[in-house]
Design a protein around this ligand. Structure first.
Ligand code: ADP
Ligand code: MG
Length: 709
């Protein structure tokens, strides 16, 4: 421990001994000073006379504030007087503050009045910290002093915060421009603010018993920043650390579970309609080539495979046991799985924590921990790993191989994933049900998908992250290589936090998820369909080489909608070079619009589409192409689909791989055209202008955060 941490630890110990759940202003100030956070000079006065003496020592003007462990928001109690500029004023302010505080709460313990040097600053901001059950310590930065709760313009980062991330927080709030000064004001000292953010992150990371920090306000000026009100809340009951094996250990178990050579089906049943029968059939009919061992108390064989009474009877090694037995039997049978040293159990049955049987779930988990078994579920449909022809599930089999891995916390969403994938011929590597997540959760899965060469895109439906911090850590690493899409459900249920600090009140669950997911490079999808479309698009679209987007449209109206969608999604339209403009003009009628969007107009034959698409594909300055097709009798939908496929094929043949998305407007035939294009791995959407752009934007978001453009 260095001096900084020792002095702080001593203060915290004293507070613990005194049974306090917040620090006094003087102690909070001492912590700030220990961590290099600028604070004003101050002293405590316990009489009007003392107020005058302390004020004189500090130098007028001063600010005087009530000092009471029972008054959280001092202004609300009439407990703050600013601009105290003389001895008389200091005495008067003292009496006034004590009187106000007593009137506000006659029972409040009053330690005196804090006398503070009056600081100047152009802008009030808030810097704080909270403790989240899933993410642990987070640092907050927001604008607005008293307005902060109305504007809720605040951003969070996992603590500790590195210098560059602290600087990044300053630009992450909506009103970031205010920091640069508005209406002729000078901008504030960003480095000073970033320094305070960093210091708060370090403070709470070093001392986990600090549950919340509220520096509200920090007064920022062109030449510095100073915390004039520091509140520090304490919680000495520490959360137990989450169980987390090392990455290698996770990987070894996950590999055997996801790519097993031998599967045991516990509760395999010869009776059609039973879950244990569906799982057997799906494994066999899905074409799984590894060993399948049905476990059944009496049957000789199930679905033509020799049955065993227990996994302990099996001679060979078993990699995963799929449970299809009632919940109450699970812990006992898990013991046998443990004896057999099977590293993974897939718990399909429901009847655990989701119906209030937390104890039974804990029992199963205890057995699993004892034998080092990883649990998937319970309360799940199972999982698929297509590259092993593995359908370890009671749902319908799925065998369209590809590189998208998907997970869901709910069975219904899992079925939607399968239905969407089938209709859209989306090739998947894995589909995994996580259900109650007694053990295996998204970070375990990500750790596996990270190194799985069959997986290039990961999409996850998440209700809650049991360990958001581990997820963020793994996701930050994975997203540099492979896109990760997350649909976070439950975003409207703001966390019911006990709001003892401003920062705490601002820390709605969704705000934290949103900030941390972005910080980890995750692409957030706001709807189920977005998640699926992004997953498909991220797999199919090549990575763009730059930011220049060109819209080419047969309908002026589509061009406008597509432009709006680009702007909404942070995509920039290329400014058209003169020579390229002239080249397009060669092909389009004189009343067509060049520039960007290029409007080729509605009455054009296939050759116009062909020529202009080819030009856009072959010009190196165009990095991505958004097409707006309009159904006409001169160029019908299927003709367009064919010519676009040919042009893209031709370009691919020349080594040109650019992202192309198409919006198809017209009568129902455009649906066939979209399907046809999809078969050629070209993303086309009937009756949509926003979706193709949003999907393209997802690819851009990923490529940017991975540093590829
Ligand atoms: P509380 O938040 O408990 O009501 P503060 O200490 O934040 O009390 O004071 C209320 C307001 O008074 C601050 O938001 C700030 O505008 C102003 N203020 C407080 N202390 C100072 C100071 N030392 N210098 C300048 N202004 C101050
Ligand atoms: Mg305050």
């Amino acid at each position: 421990m260095n001096d900084q941490t020792t002095s702080v630890a001593a203060i915290l110990d004293a507070a613990k001994t005194a049974g306090r759940d917040s620090l006094s202003a003087a102690d909070a100030r001492a912590l700030c000073l220990a961590y290099g956070i600028p604070v004003p000079d101050e002293g405590l006065a316990t009489s009007a006379d003392e107020a005058a003496t302390v004020s004189a020592e500090i130098g007028y003007p001063v600010v005087m504030k009530i000092e009471s462990p029972d008054i959280l928001h001092k202004s609300d109690a009439g407990g703050v007087v600013v601009g105290v500029d003389s001895e008389d004023a200091a005495r008067a302010a003292y009496d006034q503050i004590i009187a106000n505080a007593t009137a506000h709460d006659a029972d409040a313990a009053v330690d005196g009045v804090q006398v503070q040097q009056q600081a100047s600053g152009d802008l009030e901001v808030i810097v704080g910290a909270v403790t989240d059950p899933s993410f642990g310590k987070l640092v907050a930065f927001g604008l607005g002093g008293v307005l902060v709760e109305v504007m809720r313009d605040v951003t969070f980062r996992l603590a500790p915060v590195a210098a560059e991330d602290a600087a990044g927080m300053l630009t992450s709030v909506r009103g970031a421009e205010i920091l640069d000064g508005v209406r002729g004001q000078a901008g504030v000292d960003r480095a000073a603010l970033a320094g305070i953010i960093e210091a708060v992150g370090k403070l709470v990371s070093d001392h986990p018993e600090i549950s919340e920090v509220d520096l509200n306000p920090v007064l920022a000026s062109p030449d510095g920043a100073i915390a004039v009100d520091a509140r520090i809340l304490l919680d000495f009951d520490q959360q137990p650390a989450r169980y987390r094996p090392g990455q290698e250990e996770i990987l070894t178990a996950m590999r055997r579970i996801m790519q097993p050579d031998a599967v045991a089906v516990i509760g395999a049943s010869p009776e059609a309609g039973k879950i244990g029968n569906s799982v057997m059939k799906n494994l066999i009919n899905g074409g799984y080539e590894g060993e399948i061992y049905p476990i059944h108390p009496r049957a000789e064989e199930v679905e033509g495979r020799k049955a065993y009474t227990s996994v302990t009877e099996i001679d060979g090694q078993v990699d995963v046991a799929v449970f299809c037995i009632p919940a109450p039997l699970v812990p006992r049978v898990l013991e046998e799985v443990g004896q057999k040293e099977i590293p993974g159990a897939v718990l399909i049955p429901s009847g655990f924590a989701e119906v209030g049987e937390e104890e039974l779930q804990q029992q199963a988990l205890d057995v699993a921990r004892k034998h080092n078994i990883r649990l998937m579920g319970p309360n799940i449909y199972g999982f698929y790993y297509t590259h092993k022809n593995l359908c370890a599930t009671f749902c319908t089999p799925y065998d369209e191989r590809g590189s998208v891995a998907l997970s869901s916390q709910s069975g219904g969403v899992g079925m939607a994933i399968i239905g969407f994938s089938r209709t859209n011929q989306m090739g998947v590597s894995a589909i995994v049900g996580l259900g109650n997540k007694a053990d295996i959760d998204e970070d375990d899965l990500l750790t596996f998908f990270e190194q799985d060469d069959n997986t290039q895109v990961v999409a996850m439906h998440v209700e809650d992250l049991k360990d958001g911090r581990s997820f963020a850590e793994v996701a930050s690493r994975v997203t540099k290589q492979k896109p990760v899409v997350v649909l976070k459900a439950g975003r409207t249920s703001l966390g019911a936090r006990a709001a003892r600090s401003h920062t705490g009140a601002l820390a709605g669950d969704d705000q934290i998820y949103d900030d941390v997911l972005r910080q980890s490079g995750v692409i957030r999808a706001m709807t189920l369909n977005d998640m699926l479309e992004y997953a498909r698009g991220l797999q199919v679209l090549p990575t763009p080489q730059g930011e220049n987007i060109l819209i080419l449209t047969g309908a002026g109206g589509s061009g406008v909608l597509l432009s709006d969608a680009c702007a909404d999604n942070g995509l920039s339209l290329m400014s058209m070079p003169d020579d390229l403009d002239a080249a397009f003009r060669e092909y389009i009628p004189p009343f067509g619009a060049s520039g960007n969007p290029v409007d080729i107009t509605g009455g054009e034959p296939p050759t116009t589409y062909q020529n202009t698409i080819r030009l856009a594909l072959e010009d190196e300055r165009v990095h991505a192409l958004v097409l707006g097709y309009w159904h006409t009798i001169i160029t019908p939908p299927m003709v367009f689909a064919d010519l676009l496929s040919e042009e893209i094929e031709r370009a691919r043949g020349k080594g040109i791989h650019k992202p192309v998305v198409a919006s198809l407007v017209g009568d129902v035939e455009v649906e066939d055209a979209a399907r046809k294009l999809m078969e050629h791995d070209i993303l086309a959407y009937p009756y949509e202008a926003e979706k193709p752009v949003a999907v393209l934007a997802a690819k851009y978001r990923w490529a940017r955060q991975a540093g590829l453009i």
